[in-house]
Ligand binder design. Structure first.
Ligand code: C2O
Ligand code: CU
Ligand code: CU
Length: 498
């Protein structure tokens, strides 16, 4: 198996930029954690090595290169020494990044080294349903499953995580989540930063107490979703990345169970949204922050061209109007939904190679679905909360998930309009397998991510969001809330594409 990082970035480039690369020997079963840096102080001139941003190992797939991922218990280190209790792919914290080109043959075998059933879902890819990690299609303890299909997806930032019903939240939270990049090799021609200027950041909040990961949701946590007290960036709290004074591309994944993030630069300056879940926008869009719900990805460009010799903070900015938070029973000191977090600090060096780059003016056009045509086939999903005691707090059309039931069917290849109507007091990031969609409208004010291809869309309390979508692969898929506690608690339906 080739490790493409070696010829895309070059190990000298990694060293020169002060990024620690994981998986090449520097990162063993104990993980590659560093200390928790409580706050990204922008003034600190000297950075201890162990706070350096970790770049996950890359598994290069396709063109004869199969991949293997083994899920097993392992250790993590959040700065208080190695601790047991993580669940890891290939003993790595964070999990390896899979990379493949459009048109290539995906071929990845999952081995279940856990003590419970698991499986793996390729979030955002259109995979045949037998390869998709359906919640009822699990891999037994000690067994394996090979996943093969051709990549017909747009270049973009996707991800992978387990999806066994009622076990997804805990397994993903304890470490089983990684990035999956579809890369057609044309990004330099598009004027986009590549190599060490193209940085993937897996963002995930955790509840950490003295370096120990806590996952113990009580009833109230099942209602709000499990919220953490720190946001890890590629497995570390508030790491530092040394970067050139140039245009930088960040690929951001919110892999949190329930926390919505709001990435922004700490000085509030503008940056550019260039891609959403399913690939590039038609043109960069200037933003000052971008809401990123669990399951969603964005790609952004930051212009650090005038920042040589300084530090620039990257944060999740505070936001209002989203319920949840302090009512969780797990600690009492957990910041509420909408609280601000430090993410990481960029220490901007001198230019190493080439010029600073520019922000491209446009990408390939996105062909828009016909909203009138979509409206002819409208399906409504009512999202409700608080239906009773004990379980099943959140429902879709009054239903709780039943793996043996097909809740509706969708004709293959026809355009549909789906309406998500949130009648609950909480936000629900709604996701479906088997396609990418377009947002037609929302009642609560447009979000910049509504402009691009999506597989997960934030539906805020009392909001109605309409999307247009078409399924081009027959089979059985699911639609669910990507608040993983809500999903495990039954906020999910089966549908068949026929
Ligand atoms: Cu990332 Cu069905 O989920
Ligand atoms: Cu998915
Ligand atoms: Cu939800």
């Amino acid at each position: 198996m080739l490790d493409r990082r070696d010829f895309v970035l070059g190990s000298a480039g990694i060293a020169a930029l002060g990024l620690s690369s994981c998986g090449g020997g520097g990162c063993g079963p104990d993980g590659c954690g560093g200390p928790i840096v409580g706050s990204a102080s922008l003034a600190a001139p000297n950075v201890p090595d162990d706070s350096t941003l970790t770049i996950p190992a890359t598994i290069e797939l396709g063109f004869g290169s199969p991949g293997a991922i083994r899920a097993a218990a392992g250790n993590y280190d959040l700065g208080a020494g190695a601790k047991a209790g993580a669940l890891l792919f290939n003993r790595q914290w964070p999990a390896p990044t899979l990379r493949i080109a459009p048109g290539a043959s995906f071929d990845v075998t999952l081995d279940n080294g856990l003590t419970e059933p698991t499986n793996v879902h390729w979030h955002g890819l259109v995979a045949p349903s037998a390869m998709d990690g359906h919640p009822m299609d699990v891999v037994a303890v000690g067994a394996g499953k090979r996943h093969t299909f051709v990549i017909n997806d747009r270049p973009g930032t996707y991800w992978y995580h387990p999806h066994p019903h009622r076990r997804t939240a805990r397994q993903a939270y304890l470490g089983l989540a990684g990035l999956l990049l579809v890369d057609d090799g044309h990004d330099a021609a598009r004027g986009l930063p590549t190599g060490p200027r193209d940085v993937s950041l897996l963002l995930t909040d955790k509840r950490v107490d003295n370096g120990v990961l806590d996952y113990s949701p009580g009833m109230m946590d099942m209602i709000t979703g499990w919220l953490g007290n720190v946001v890890l960036v590629n497995g570390k709290a508030a790491p530092v990345a040394r970067v050139e004074p140039a245009v930088l591309r960040l690929r951001l994944l919110n892999a949190s169970n329930a926390r919505i993030l709001n990435p922004a630069l700490s000085d509030g300056r503008m940056f550019w949204l260039i891609a959403t879940d399913g690939g590039l926008l038609d043109a960069p869009r200037a933003v000052n922050n971008v809401l990123l719900a669990p399951g969603e990805r964005v790609e952004v460009l930051l212009d650090l061209g005038r920042d040589a010799g300084t530090s620039v903070g990257f944060v999740s900015a505070a936001f209002a109007g989203m319920a949840g938070g302090t009512m969780g029973m797990g600690g009492g000191s957990v910041p509420s939904q909408g609280a601000a977090f430090d993410l990481l600090r960029f220490d901007v060096t001198a230019l190493l190679t080439g010029g600073p780059g520019t922000v491209p003016s446009a990408f390939e056009p996105i062909v828009r679905y016909d909203a009138n045509l979509a409206a002819q086939r409208t399906r409504v999903f009512e999202l409700t909360g608080m239906n009773g005691m004990g379980s099943g707090w959140h429902r879709i059309n009054g239903l709780l998930y039943d793996g043996a039931r097909i809740d509706f069917s969708v004709p293959l290849g026809l355009l549909d309009r789906w309406q998500f109507v949130n009648r609950s007091s909480e936000p629900h990031p709604m996701h479906m397998h088997g396609t990418q969609f377009q947002v037609l409208s929302r009642t609560g004010g447009a979000l910049p991510t509504d402009l691009g291809w999506k597989d997960t869309v934030l539906v805020r309390s009392q909001e109605m969001v309409q999307i247009a979508l078409r399924f081009d692969a027959a089979g059985e898929y699911v639609v669910h809330c990507h608040n993983l506690e809500h999903e495990d608690d039954g906020m999910m339906l089966n549908f068949a594409v026929l």
